[in-house]
Design a protein around this ligand. Structure first.
Ligand SMILES: *[C@@H]1O[C@H](CO)[C@@H](O)[C@H](O)[C@H]1NC(C)=O
Length: 123
């Protein structure tokens, strides 16, 4: 039982470590968009007024479920916002794209901007 738990912890730790050198606080670049959160891939129900985001499917699938609830600091045009990853963005074409709640997106740019260049890192 303990061995199994340790093995699972190692596998999760290993996949996160190989996918992203978290310790290095690597900054990623992608596109930022917004959507209306609901019941997401992480199993949480969130709303547009919360500071949350969906991670592009390429990254979500490579990190797997451990990425759920991770805090991400995203920046654009000299502004930044910290959001919680709560969903998988199936419509995000690029690697490192984030789909924000309207409240989170609005911290970075007016909603009328629609799509903005962002950089982000795990907090
Ligand atoms: C998202 O929803 C989950 C489940 O209701 C909740 O625990 C979490 O705090 C919410 N995230 C934010 C940033 O409000």
């Amino acid at each position: 039982m303990l061995l199994k738990a340790l093995t699972v912890a190692c596998v999760i730790g290993y996949s996160l470590a190989t996918a992203v050198p978290l310790a290095k606080r690597q900054a990623f670049s992608g596109d930022g968009t917004f959507f209306v959160p609901g019941l997401g891939a992480c199993g949480f129900t969130n709303t547009s007024s919360q500071l949350v985001a969906a991670l592009g499917h390429i990254d979500f699938d490579s990190f797997g479920n451990p990425v759920c609830k991770r805090q991400v600091k995203a920046s654009s045009g000299g502004k930044s916002v910290t959001v919680e990853i709560v969903d998988r963005c199936a419509g995000c074409a690029g690697e490192f794209d984030l789909d924000f709640s309207e409240t989170a997106f609005a911290v970075l740019a007016p909603l009328s901007a629609g799509r903005i260049p962002i950089t982000w890192e795990f907090v």
